[in-house]
Design a protein. Sequence first.
Length: 356
Amino acid sequence: MDDALQTLADKLRNASERGRPLRVRGGGTKDFYGQRLHGELLDLRPLTGVQAYEPTELVVTALAGTRLAELEALLAEQGQCLPFEPPRFGVAATVGGMVAAGLAGPARASVGGVRDYVLGMQLINGRGELLKFGGQVMKNVAGYDVSRLLAGSLGTLGVIAEVSLKVMPLPPAECTLLFEWSETTARQQLNRWGGQPLPLNASCWADGTLAVRLRGARAAIEAARRSMGGELLEGERASRQWSALRDQSLPFFRLAPGEALWRVSMPDTATPLNLGPTLVEWHGAQRWLRLPQDAAVHVRAAAARAGGHATLFRGGDGQAPVFTPLSAPLQRIHARLKQAFDPAGILNPGRMYLDF
């Protein structure tokens, strides 16, 4: 174990013995996400650097404190990328934070999410023990896939020290098409296109305009353009728009005083919620809403009726739960996992749910 890892392990062991809460943090760009921040800061930025990269094998291994921008630049030099387009929310975003948050960008519905690309991981648990899960190849799991379990756990189960990720080649061609449609018409057309052999990669509907990004072979892109119609959005402008959607810097995401941003995950065939200003992603499966801070009961009820659930993403008043409350069976499973990985309950206490 190198010096930086040993220092972290010693801090965790000491904190566990004393029952002292720790706040696990990388670049801090996602501090807004989750229920609360609590405990002595455990800074992961000293764990930095790409440990291994095999472009021909489509695998990269990086320490948790490595900046996401640094990793993506390295991949781009080899014509490769993280296809799930993790949101950065700032230049300080790290690889460990990307996995811990488990957030994916516009292409999620077409290519999969963060956990689909996690091959292996090194983790320091709440006892200060260094554990290794998975590996650096795509078929490496026998039994329970702990590496993927940790994606989206917000540091509540352990400190991610190192991650091995599957990467993919950059697409040879892409284009963005625009359509002036209502939310219902856009959703219905996306559902129809989804049943056809089209290179759909991402979609976004807001304020009466649907943007659809196509990615793939040039011949497939040209054929799809002729079939789908629409107005072509110039390449550089399209790139800026999708990047702004990925990092939530579009005007839609600017909250007024007293507003909160809700993320609703639901079947892509579900009808509009009609609760307030809406932006639709993932071909209809992810819907962002700007609503008053006290709208938790209404938005969660509407999401449940549609077969989904709602997350209070930004702007909460500290009263409503950020994540949809768990059923009793799921609550027991979460509690047992927390007890197994972090028996003293010192890691990001209350970040996901206030009772653990």
